[in-house]
Design a protein around this ligand. Sequence first.
Ligand code: FAD
Ligand code: SF4
Length: 563
Amino acid sequence: MSRPSNFPPPFSARDYLAEPTDPPDERIEVGVLVVGAGPAGLACAIRLGQLLEEHPEMAERLGEVPVAVLDKGKQPGSHLLSGAVVDPRALRRLFGSRFRMEDLPSYGPVTGESVYVLTRRAALPIPPPPPMRNHGNWIFSLSQLGRFLAERAEEGGAMILSETAAQKLLVSHGRVVGVRTGDKGRNREGGELGNFEAGSDLVAKVTVLAEGTQGHLTGVALDRFGLRGEDPQVWELAVKEVWKVAKPLDRVIHTMGWPLRTGKRYREFGGSFIYPMGKDMVTIGLVVGLDYRDASLSVHDLLQELKTHPKIRRILEGGERLQWGAKTIPSGGFHSLPQRLHAPGLLLCGDAVGMVNVPRLKGIHYAIESGRLAAEAAFRALQRGETPASALASYDDAVRESFIWQDLYEVRNMRQVFGRGFFVGGALASAMTVSKGRVELGKMRAEPDAEQPLVVTDRDASYPAPDGKLTFDKLSSVFASGNKTRDDQPNHIRIERRVPREVARLWEHMCPAQVYELGREEGDGTVLVELAPSNCIQCGAITAKGGRLTPPEGGSGPEYTVT
Ligand SMILES: Cc1cc2nc3c(=O)[nH]c(=O)nc-3n(C[C@H](O)[C@H](O)[C@H](O)COP(=O)(O)OP(=O)(O)OC[C@H]3O[C@@H](n4cnc5c(N)ncnc54)[C@H](O)[C@@H]3O)c2cc1C
Ligand code: SF4
């Protein structure tokens, strides 16, 4: 049985580490450089703005650009996609009396909730298990919240650089000194087009990586500074749609069971979420652990199938799909956190390091809290005029004392138990929840997603045919993500192109954006994988399943607005 990990991609982290190369007078110098305008990076920039407002002498000392935030998306929010039911704790701490929850661009607090176990035709309601209770939480579109946070960060003095991909980590004398941004305007072969713009060195006193799931430079940094955690990271793939609907939905819904199979042989773990967004929109998504084994599993098509369930079809009836997108979620939890969250000149936050509570499907409040704590640690170090590793260690201490650490510890084996099958895993997970993690199961090892041996079934034969109204094919979904990536850009996806048929099939089905196709047979049992990289919406699944996503030219990819 093939394992994707037996066919590693042509990728070396060393290629993404560099000394600054621009002449010193051409380098862009900033005080604190934040990579990623997600909730983690923007919370960091907002908190720095608050601290610099209280200490104008520090702002002066940090120079012309005290804080800069880079994002590869077209504008803030373009690459943000989530549920999103948000635990408001971290937003309240970040804004204090400056904003109330009512002042933020939300769809209001959760007003009710239901959980169902689905079979093909029926929906059995069950009492919401403790992790799925959402009383007191608020519903947002993360891409809308991202735009609001970016405006607040700019008001606080941060410079936001959209359409800018951080390609290389700049390290000098063992210390992170910033990033090199990617070139723009290259053709498929790497040649310069008429609008070519070379990337630049952005040098900073402190660099904060808040890249979210599958962070490219975060991975490079974890290897360079030997920070990887006890367990490898593992991921889920989530595909979601936003719908305009005829009838308002009055509660958040989670489902388990169908269309996923319960057999241990398939290792299918996951469920769906259906959240109201005001009176006339709902969001619906399916989350599936990437440790699944069946090469014909497609989360995109399973979501299409889910929508044909009578219970769900009724919610969407008379409605219209507005947007579509996909993203991975780190799910290794506590044991997969890095050993340290800092290195000389560097701090790491949010999903990039796996701060997600998988049973609760929540990471936004951890991202915001970690970004806030990173800002305070960076500020303390800069106030003392130093950024060696020990000065930034106070960030690790602060995270360990925060609710992030406590929550993730309580659910530390939660994801791993589902490797034992849906029913045994479910029972163990309930025992752990009720006991707040005190039920000791011993340490359960996570195996990398790409190491799962593959099976091939005919699961794909029963995916519903797209009708363009309720169910869609992958290419129309890519269109609904707003993706406008140039067709003639250099390929940013690294895979071994000659692989056994089942590995090629896995990638073909897994990719929600139809990037991979099976090409010619090579005569030795392998096939050549053909790629259409401009379809890629940067979900990150390929990195979990044996390849490597690198950031494409800044400004490419999806242009999410309500996800
Ligand atoms: C479908 C889905 C549903 C979810 N539901 C919920 C929910 O209901 N509640 C909840 O709390 N959490 C939920 N989560 C998890 C939550 O969305 C994440 O935990 C949260 O978004 C993490 O924030 P972040 O800032 O760390 O990363 P992100 O939100 O991923 O932001 C990272 C940003 O960095 C940018 N970036 C990355 N690399 C680079 C680079 N090299 N150069 C430049 N820019 C870069 C990206 O473009 C992106 O804008 C869900 C996640 C998914 C996918
Ligand atoms: S090619 Fe892009 S969209 Fe497809 S799985 Fe890989 S990262 Fe996701």
